[in-house]
Write a protein that binds this ligand. Structure first.
Ligand SMILES: [Zn+2]
Ligand SMILES: [Zn+2]
Length: 264
């Protein structure tokens, strides 16, 4: 992408949010008049924003989510499969909100969708060269999850933790651990208090050597393995099974051990 386009793409979400100065606004408009690619990209982001504003109650949230989705698309623009999947996210947001509304209290109907969406808008937006920074993680985690990354283990063979933070998403307050494999694939481990009720029914498996039921499902093209403890829910979101598969089990099991420790 040429530097002008790159520059305009970076400012596009601020442009849509009407946050730019008059001069900068002019510069963007001039480029859009001359560049069909950027004009098309603007249309796409406008559609996404409109869709998100209809779905999410808070306009500010829609801005943030839409900016993050755009970043993720920019980062992976050569992957059309990913772009299609992201377009699907906007559509399923509508469904997820409707289901959550109608299902009432007892079952947290949007539990799997929300974790898959947050994986896309947050974890996939991490730059390729992101590495774990202990101080940054300490600053961005909050009680009682301060130790979650250490408890899970920063390194698992070909997989490393690259960040941990509190990750507010659609009214949830996830503790989010972002893990990246040597082949570039990204995994997310989320933990949240079980304030919205039980996990929706999904096929269950049991972790090897354990009596821990794992709800296994697929959302938005990502695998989600979920475990319910007494007061919390834990979700592992991944693009494809880890290599070897034991790594995912190990991560999930350490997370469960840590969360159960908090509940004592
Ligand atoms: Zn351009
Ligand atoms: Zn996050």
């Amino acid at each position: 992408m040429n530097p002008d386009c790159q520059h305009v793409r970076e400012m596009m979400d601020s442009y849509l949010a009407e946050e730019l100065s008059v001069e900068t606004n002019h510069g963007v408009l001039r480029h859009l008049g001359e560049c069909r690619d950027c004009a098309a990209e603007l249309k796409r982001r406008q559609r996404l924003r409109a869709l998100l504003s209809q779905t999410l109650d808070v306009a500010v949230d829609a801005d943030r989510v839409s900016a993050r989705i755009s970043q993720a698309v920019d980062r992976e623009q050569r992957s059309w499969g990913r772009v299609a999947r992201l377009a699907g996210v906007a559509a399923t947001l509508v469904a997820a909100v409707a289901i959550a509304y109608w299902a009432g209290r007892p079952v947290d109907a949007a539990a799997y969708d929300d974790s898959a969406e947050d994986h896309i808008v947050c974890a996939l937006a991490y730059p390729e060269d992101a590495t774990y920074d202990r101080d940054r993680a300490a600053q961005n985690l909050a009680s009682p999850f301060e130790r979650i990354a250490d408890a899970i283990g920063l390194s698992h063979g070909a997989y490393d933790v690259i960040d941990a933070h509190m990750c507010p998403y659609k009214g949830r307050n996830y503790a989010h651990v972002v893990i990246r494999g040597k082949k570039g694939e990204t995994l997310s481990l989320f933990a949240e208090r079980a304030e919205r009720g039980a996990l929706p029914a999904a096929p269950t498996t049991v972790l090897a050597g354990d009596t821990l039921p794992v709800h296994a499902t697929t959302r938005l093209g990502y695998g989600v393995s979920a475990v319910a403890t007494r007061d919390h829910r834990i979700f592992l979101v991944f693009e494809r099974p880890t290599d070897p598969p034991d790594v995912a089990q190990e991560i999930l099991r350490s997370a469960v051990r840590f969360i159960r420790g908090l509940e004592k």
